[in-house]
Write a protein that binds this ligand. Sequence first.
Ligand code: UDP
Ligand code: MG
Length: 152
Amino acid sequence: MQRTFVAIKPDAVQRGLIGEIMQRFEKKGFKIIGLKIIQLDRKTAEKHYEEHIGKPFFEGLVKFITSGPIVAMVLEGINAVEVVRKFMGATNPANADHGTIRADFAHTMERNIVHGSDSYENAEREIAIFFDEKELIPGWTRDLEGRFIQLN
Ligand code: UDP
Ligand code: MG
């Protein structure tokens, strides 16, 4: 089992896509083990996106991600970091595979609907920015999972 950090970005929240995006992750079989709606301040946004500080798109990115509420989630599943990244699609929705969240709901990189951690280390780092460990409920089981439970 692995956990990863996912955020539904302000554009998706504004467009009323929270439920649809969460449902996709649920249907894929991930377990939501942490969940909150929050509006980021600049300091937290900079911490979250620290690898991009100084890049040409950074200011726009911070302005966007702090512009309205986001939904922050911790998802748990087998190989969750990699599977979530594939399921979300490429950073630029124009290049995202058909059927991915970004391909289906977005068409520009600056408004690409969702965030997902790109490595195990970043997942742990990002989870710690958004959640206290006591806010997470790891390892609960879903009755309808069948095969998934036995793969533990
Ligand atoms: N981004 C952007 N312009 C760029 C590159 C990235 O606006 O040229 C935004 C985009 O919303 C992306 C985020 O910055 O999701 C973080 O970039 P990263 O390369 O980490 O992509 P991600 O991990 O989100 O796929
Ligand atoms: Mg990234």
